[in-house]
Ligand binder design. Structure first.
Ligand code: 13P
Length: 343
């Protein structure tokens, strides 16, 4: 295992004020988002959309790494360059989603476990050969009156740790993503409790599987009330609960935390990240970055709608959101100036 290379890649991904762009929607998820906007759900439209993203002018100023999906890493841009190579040319490190999705967990109603460990060593070798330098695996934890169960969290934590160890063996930096979903009407405090106990179990398993903490990144949810909760919580309350939770359970050896957006409105996700970096400046042992999909892509997708004539405007919207999140990393995001565009 080339430890120094892993550490260098992990640090590069969260260095300065850049962050990650998740563009790794599985084909069914991408098609669902296309269908909502009347975009044809074909491989060539998915390719055109990913081309739009990767060729956005100056994207590398804001984005350090982009996560691809299996279909995309095997495709080429419209100009004929393999996507992973096109990202490198734009100054963006290519990564790859390697989990096989969340499936019902036998014996646990309403809970899921992420699959994909079988054959993973071979797939990681293939992706590394295609230029990927980091990987992602997402575990999904649902909150309900009686869930999550310990059995569900433990199964997901174990799988995340097995995946992370295999990635490091293959020379890929693992992004470890245990997502506690926003679905439901739970309080912010309940999200904090579930996130804290989930992360504690995840790090216990990462240690048990001998994962090099310095050569990985954590991709967690922010601590938010459920989307249907009566009290949506203030930006500062979310920032304080989130960083307060991580200070208790995320080891200082981890170089960076890069949030998922989880379905929050784009401007709200930027505001939360900004408040965390502003309020805890100089008091966090890790870099606090972003690895958003929807909170960067959604406005651009809605402008594009599958029309070649809209590519330029969509790219401007994509760059704008990436740039807002870059500002949020510095604590410089101007929510008032963003409001007219985000509305
Ligand atoms: P969202 O930012 O849309 O939650 O997606 C992040 C991600 O990569 C989910 O796995």
């Amino acid at each position: 295992m080339d430890t120094q290379r892993l550490v260098d890649t992990a640090r590069t991904l969260v260095a300065g004020d850049r962050g990650l762009l998740a563009m790794d929607e599985s084909t069914p998820t991408c098609d669902k988002r296309f269908a909502k906007l009347g975009i044809p759900t074909t491989a060539s439209m998915r390719r055109a959309y990913r081309d739009l993203i990767v060729t956005t002018p100056n994207l590398g100023r804001c984005i350090s790494g982009a996560i691809l999906y299996d279909e995309t890493i095997r495709q080429q841009t419209l100009a004929g360059t393999p996507f992973a190579q096109a990202l490198e040319q734009a100054g963006i490190v290519p990564g790859i989603k390697v989990d096989a999705g969340a499936k019902p967990l036998a014996g646990f109603a309403d809970e899921v476990v992420t699959e994909g460990l079988d054959g993973l060593r071979e797939r990681l070798g293939e992706y590394a050969g295609m230029g990927a330098r980091f990987a992602k695996w997402r575990a999904v934890i649902r909150i309900g009156p009686m869930i999550p169960s310990l059995g569900c969290v433990a199964a997901n934590a174990h799988a995340l740790a097995r995946y992370a160890a295999l990635c490091q063996e293959a020379g890929l930096v693992p992004i470890v993503e245990p997502e506690v979903l926003m679905d439901g009407d739970h309080t912010l405090e309940r999200c904090r409790e579930v996130t804290e106990s989930t992360l504690a179990l995840v790090f216990e398993q990462l240690r048990a599987q001998r994962v090099l903490l310095e050569g990985m990144l954590l991709k967690p949810n922010m601590i938010l009330p459920g989307e249907a909760a009566a009290d949506p919580g203030s930006v500062d309350a979310v920032a304080d609960a989130t960083v307060g939770c991580f200070l208790r359970v995320v080891p200082a050896a981890v170089p960076g935390i890069a949030f998922l957006s989880g379905g929050q409105a784009s401007a709200r996700a930027s505001a939360h990240l900004n408040a965390m970096n502003l309020r805890f400046r100089g008091r966090m042992p890790w870099a606090l970055a972003f690895s958003f999909a929807r909170a960067i892509q959604q406005p651009a997708l809605e402008i594009w709608r599958g029309q070649a004539a809209n590519v330029g405007a969509a790219q401007q919207a994509l760059f704008h959101r990436a740039d807002c999140n870059r500002a949020a990393r510095r604590g410089d995001y101007d929510a008032a100036a963003d409001a007219p565009r985000a509305a």
